[in-house]
Design a protein around this ligand. Structure first.
Ligand code: HEC
Ligand code: HEC
Length: 371
């Protein structure tokens, strides 16, 4: 977590607001018709299952609205690609509220990395992120940009792309690929992905009351359990409701997940997280960032299981018990995937009772949109 979170957060959310125009508390004017067109094109792209090789998988296959924009198959630790039996090594995170994640930077004042898309921040903004999945062999599996772009050029919504970007949009696969990514990002910046419509949001606005147990959970979350140190709850200075992430990176000491083929196949397989991000390597800060992953938003967390970068925990109760007893019940949790950089100060021995763990779980269930 950061120490001067408040100031940095206020600055970064202003940046995101400028980019996204989907800030709740703002009085920004309605989006222009070209912005609407771009997001409409992005929506068509996001759901199009013809854009994989072979066809059958879209962004929405792994980021489904009814599942908080995470993978609908909560029994799988990681998602299956369009090629049957091919699995990635990371649990699919929600794509909701990703529009608020600031660009990937090294914060010199704090001396740590913040922001960025993917669990290691290797794509700075949504526009960069959307260029990954189409060519990823364990996701949409297109052999190259030209192959993907030709599928878009043949789609029913290709005329809309030509209207926005010009009749020659598909002539050069390199530039077309970037434009397609911009449209997808524009859709991900709409309120569809960031509705702020949970019971907790209604409570903050004064239009709903939390039960005694939910309130106890909130109070523990912000107090004794210290969750708020990394998952901020309250609106920022510009009125953006709490995003439940400070966009920093941490190693919680999560164990390996042998249910993932890559871990099962090779006893030495570890996911080094942030340290694998090429910019970190260039900066020479590899060792201290091994095993760190981006703090996840907890919005919609009750419907986006399993949990953590490798999906090792199936339930929220397990997650909260892990935070509570990681250091006092080591035999239950097993060794950390990467022990050297584990955060030993803010979690691991919280002294919560079983009932207090339950209250935190019940509070987390108030973060599901559509209340
Ligand atoms: C096969 C499943 C799968 C498909 C298909 C897929 N994703 Fe993802 N998505 C993932 C996984 C897994 C990650 C995390 C990967 C990592 O951190 O290395 C991710 C990460 C993301 C993130 C970053 C979220 C964060 O918290 O950093 C966004 C945004 C996203 N995907 C959007 C998309 C878009 C847009 C598409 C289509 C172009 C897409 N995804 C296709 C599985 C998938
Ligand atoms: C020191 C910072 C820190 C603190 C304190 C913290 N978390 Fe986290 N949290 C993280 C990071 C980092 C991740 C992602 C870790 C990973 O993927 O391996 C995470 C992930 C999670 C997840 C899983 C998210 C997902 O989509 O898989 C849940 C649930 C969660 N935290 C809840 C809590 C609760 C409840 C508390 C308080 C008991 C808490 N956190 C305290 C940093 C923190």
């Amino acid at each position: 977590m950061k120490t001067s979170s408040f100031i940095t957060l206020a600055l970064s959310t202003t940046l995101v607001f400028l980019l996204s125009g989907c800030n709740e508390g703002s009085t920004s004017s309605a989006p222009s018709s070209s912005e609407v067109d771009l997001a409409t094109l992005g929506e068509a792209l996001f759901f199009d299952t013809n854009l994989s090789e072979p066809s059958g998988q879209s962004c929405a296959s792994c980021h489904t609205a009814a599942n908080g924009f995470a993978d609908p198959d909560s029994n799988l630790s990681t998602s299956e690609g369009v090629i049957a039996g091919q699995f990635g090594t990371r649990n699919t995170p929600t794509a909701a509220y990703a529009a608020f994640v600031p660009a990937f930077i090294y914060d010199v004042i704090e001396g740590l990395y913040t922001g960025g898309q993917f669990l290691d921040g290797r794509a700075s903004l949504l526009e960069d992120q959307a260029k990954g999945p189409p060519l990823n062999p364990v996701e949409m599996h297109n052999p190259n940009k030209a192959s993907y772009v030709s599928k878009v050029a043949a789609a029913s919504y290709a005329p809309l792309a030509k209207k926005i970007f010009g009749l020659n949009v598909f002539d050069d696969p390199e530039t077309a690929y970037d434009k397609i990514a911009r449209a997808i990002a524009a859709y991900e910046r709409t309120k569809v992905f960031s509705p702020f419509s949970s019971k907790f949001d209604a409570y903050i606005k004064g239009t709903a009351t939390l039960s005694a147990q939910e309130l106890e959970g909130l109070s523990l979350f912000e107090g004794k359990a210290q969750c708020v140190a990394c998952h901020p709850t309250r609106p920022t200075a510009d009125g953006t409701p709490g995003l439940f992430t400070d966009f920093t990176y941490d190693n919680l000491g999560v164990p390996k997940n042998m249910a993932i083929p890559a871990y099962a196949a090779d006893a030495n397989f570890t996911d080094i997280g942030l340290a694998g991000n090429i910019k970190v390597i260039a900066d020479g800060r590899v060792a201290e960032n091994r095993g760190k992953f981006k703090v996840a938003t907890l919005r919609n967390i009750a419907i986006t299981g399993p949990y953590m970068h490798n999906g090792v925990f199936k339930t929220l109760k397990e997650v909260v018990s892990f935070y509570n007893t990681r250091d006092t019940n080591q035999s239950r949790w097993g060794a950390a995937e990467i022990p050297e950089t584990v955060n030993r100060t803010e979690l691991g021995n919280l002294g919560l009772s079983d009932a207090e763990e339950d209250a935190i779980v019940v509070f987390l269930q108030t973060l599901t949109d559509g209340y």
